[in-house]
Ligand binder design. Structure first.
Ligand code: 5GP
Ligand code: ZN
Length: 115
């Protein structure tokens, strides 16, 4: 989608600090970090929200999301102290970019419950 910020990052039209790439997903640093490590794991395919994930996406894309989580947790030294993976879905979930993405936050003590 030409007007989607994450499609434009995937397509290289908007610059980003890329930290990981695989067949179906990329990861880059969040532009407005909420923790010392704040990465976004994003499917290359434009999927608006979690509710739009297809059965095929479940097999091809979603496993790569969690492969990216594990890889990046090691790459950024988070595996010992822990980290958080978040998907905000829709208005009540606080989703602001309508292209499926997973936040990976770490390198500080995170609190619960979230706001
Ligand atoms: P959401 O609120 O949809 O779960 O998260 C969207 C995230 O995308 C926010 O944390 C925001 O800072 C990040 N973001 C929005 N636009 C850009 C951008 O152009 N580049 C990067 N790197 N992150 C962005
Ligand atoms: Zn998109």
């Amino acid at each position: 989608m030409s007007d989607c910020v994450f499609c434009n990052i995937v397509g290289g039209k908007i610059p980003s600090a890329l930290v990981y790439e695989s067949e179906h997903v990329i990861a880059f640093k969040d532009i407005n970090p909420q923790a010392p490590v704040h990465l976004l794991i994003v499917p290359r395919k434009h999927i608006p929200t979690t509710m739009d994930i297809t059965e095929e996406d479940m097999k091809s894309i979603i496993p790569e999301v969690f492969a990216a989580v594990k890889h990046l947790a090691k790459q950024f030294g988070l595996e010992q102290d822990g980290f958080r993976v978040i998907n905000n879905c829709g208005e009540n979930g606080g989703q602001t970019v309508d292209h499926l993405h997973f936040h990976l936050l770490g390198d500080r003590q995170l609190t619960w419950p979230p706001g």
